[in-house]
Ligand binder design. Sequence first.
Ligand code: GAL
Length: 426
Amino acid sequence: MQRKGWFFISALSVAVFLSGCNSDEGVGGEGSGSGDEQGEIEIFSWWTGAGEEDGLLALIDYFEEEYPELTVNNAAVAGGAGTNAKAVLATRMQGNDPPSTFQVHAGEELIQTWVAADMMEPLNDFYEENELMDKFPEELIEMVSSEGTIYSVPMNIHRSNVVFYNLSVFEENGLEPPTSLEELLEVAEVLDAAGVTPIALGDQEPWTATHLFENILLAELGPDAYNSLWQGELSFEDPSVVHAAEVFGELLDYVNTDHASRNWQDSAQLVGEGEAAMINMGDWAHGYFLNDLNLAVNEDYGYFPFPGTEGSFNVVSDTFGLPSGVSNPDEVKEFLGVLATPEAQDIFNPLKGGIPARVDADESNYDVYGQSAIEDFRNGALTPSLAHGSAMSEGYLTQANQAVNIFVTQRDVDRFLSSLENARSE
Ligand code: GAL
């Protein structure tokens, strides 16, 4: 069972990310941000693109219908798929100007960045009052908790280890979805020979390449060893990890040449338009295909588990908590109470492309992809995403993204893996 031991409480602290932040001064006082005025909830996220924004706006509409006396200030920060937003958030938190609530990944990003800095309020009473303790998978509540104290409310579950592919391109080339890394390389070779870009990548922000690498690791190691790697029990020198890095290098030979100038949407677009065959992207890409490109699942594009990872579900979960220092915590809790309902989750997630975090949401609200993801989430071995802040601290991830970025151009396996190993102790 992979549902335990997600947390590698490393010595890496929030220092890298929050250097200079003094939590004694930074929290607890009266907030001064625009988002904590009475009657107003400021929701901070990086959801500005198609699918993501559609989900967020629908959620806000629903909340405003439920609470007409409260208004929502949508403080989404565009650009960099979270890179820009996280920088703005860090500045605001350090300046004692927290938004009412903000998007944060379950796992180490929440715990080691914000909880460790003493900047979040406990939500155990809120969970009890709203009868939420049995409404989310236990493992997920564990991910948003530290030493039994709960710090945020999960909005969604996204799957990291899924590949979306262009159905016509596969059909024209007589291809079936690959089920192992070897088959993935074979399929890539066939496509390459036919003049089609096999794999779309848009690593203008390096997390997309880290995303691909984490799933190669999962395929090569399996869920137990993948978890051990992040828990510090498996070395980056292990032959299976070395092999994963080699495969990563081989797959990078099959990506679009302009990968460094594209973001995740631009690269997904290549697949949607048939210029590339496949993309490994979280299923927010499903929301993007549906809402931006107006494509139809299983007509224009299909999906399969990242080859070699069937039976595992690499989890990305966006959550929202209550920062310390907001002046209207009860109103913010009203918002958190709404986002925790099955109704809100079922409004938001079909548009966003993921699945509800609640165990009792209504599956009939989800399309064929969503229903299959719900099923796989229930039965799969759950593993934490590195690229999306669950497996390791923000400080580690920053260094991992840098190491990946260098590897993409230099392809030096030894250097790459020693950077990843050394980052553990920095
Ligand atoms: C992830 C986030 C998703 C989606 C994605 C791309 O980190 O969890 O909800 O927003 O970035 O923007």
